[in-house]
Ligand binder design. Sequence first.
Ligand SMILES: Nc1ncnc2c1ncn2[C@@H]1O[C@H](COP(=O)(O)OP(=O)(O)O)[C@@H](O)[C@H]1O
Ligand SMILES: [Mg+2]
Length: 594
Amino acid sequence: MIKTNAILILPENITNKIAAGEVIERPASIVKELLENSIDALSTQITVSIKNSGKSVIKILDDGIGMIRDDALLSLERHATSKISSLDDLSTIKTLGFRGEALSSIASIARLNIISKTKDDETGTQIFIEGGKIRDVKQIASPTGTSVEVNQIFFNTPARKKFLKSDITEMSYISQTFNTISLAYPSIKFRLIKYDKEAVNTSASGDLEIRIGDLFGKDLVKDLIPISREANKMKLSGYISRPSFSLSGRRNQFFYVNNRCVRDKSVNHAIYDAYRTLLPKGRHPTLFLFLDVSPAEVDVNVHPAKAEVRFANQRLVHDFIYHAVFKTLSQHKEQHYKDIFQINNTTTGTAHDALKSGRQVDKEKFVDTTFFKFFTCRDQNSKPSANIDFNMPSPTTQNYHRYSDCVPVGQIENSFIVLENSSNMILVDQHTAHERILFEKLEKEFKESKIEKQKLLFPISVELSHGESVLLENHLEDVNKTGMEVECFGKNIFLIREVPSILEGKDFSALLLEIVEILAEAEKTESFEQIFTETFKILACHGAIRANQNLKHEEIQNLLLTLDKTELPYTCPHGRPISLVFSLKDIKKKFLRI
Ligand SMILES: Nc1ncnc2c1ncn2[C@@H]1O[C@H](COP(=O)(O)OP(=O)(O)O)[C@@H](O)[C@H]1O
Ligand SMILES: [Mg+2]
């Protein structure tokens, strides 16, 4: 980190190695560059003031190291920076800025008022600059630090001004930028002021969880799981959303490399792969992920807005992230089972044991409030209980109970298993539960190349269209690795000779058609590595117990025990929930018993 500014103009042999390009597109780009400058200047408090979505005023005030008069003047030149001075520095960049272009670009398209003072100087320097031309420089009294006020952006380039979007859109870009940067520096205090009214005021606790709460609300924090993994000199930390929590958009996804927020296709792919069977189509996880790697392992100088990076070993990073996220999601289960049983053992153990053995107990006595915090419904619509509310209490899809430790009460519609434990009534969708079990079984057997198969007594022949036959023929080898044994039998006719044993007695021709669907999709999107997972989803779905199927007591017990052994017992592989939890407390409230 820099201690004092000593700005130099970069020589040409360095500037032509820097990813060049326009960085100022919109008000939010100015906010980004100025925030980064304040952070590089070691500020502890930064205030962003915005008027008219930044179109008329953007002001950033910091308490950082400031600039002496000469540096303040020099900072406005192109390629003027205090952050690098040699080519070698480019490969070990630790500051957010390094190109020396932001202030000069901003100065060229707006009216700027800069005030800066170092702690050793008596007075500060104030500079007015308009469209790149310095209008006035004077010494004035000011606190240590820097304030940069940007007025009337694009005043001299009306054509570009026309490209700005509505106030609401530009302001949402600014908020996103503000959130993105302030998330990465929880020990710096950030304030956001819109039209003289405070919109955000964070603490400076240094704690990421508190920062997330400050920016996104404390409710979101409840839906997050901490992640922390280290391997091969890489470290991944932060928070990811629980499998039962998802959003329809990607706006709550933040990924940082060495504290710089970046987009990276391969990292994205790794994360979605880990969540693959947990989220329904079109749903997205919330992510606050920080990857630390040695600066030499990552090139930050590949994108003008520094929004992308290049890893020396892309594959290694991809695999590390996939495993870190996957392991965290699967361990999440154990973690919460443990939490619950610790509490249960000390306070509600007796009730629980009694329930299991079928004895009648006064359950009321054993209601434990701490236990509830894991099950509380997020019932946004619950009204004060003055009126009688005939609606069912809202269930949660949280899975913090060990299924096999609950007592099966029965089945509804021969489709949903009803369970109870000392605090909850739980509904389990027998089909999605069994799908999850079969899916993980197939995947495991596939990895060990020993999918349990079953030879059909009479091979089944399926006739496909010409297009379908071509697809299937092309991928026959892959299909036959999934436990199927399909053979081409002349013109557009295929014989199914063997199937995974979980499919005993099912409709195989319908199944084959669905597999062909997967192949078509894989061809269309050129994502062939998904063929196996997608096929296992279909096989699991076909093999699983259906709805409307009566289950014997032992069958239910067995299902629950096996479900507990799965790695991700939250949703079926397509992302549909396995269980709904209704807290008894809520049920009693509805009956006006408490
Ligand atoms: N808020 C600030 N506090 C102290 N120095 C600053 C501040 N903003 C800019 N500077 C100085 O001005 C220089 C130029 O800034 P900029 O044009 O953003 O380029 P870069 O950040 O890439 O170096 C910086 O290197 C830094 O020395
Ligand atoms: Mg900068």
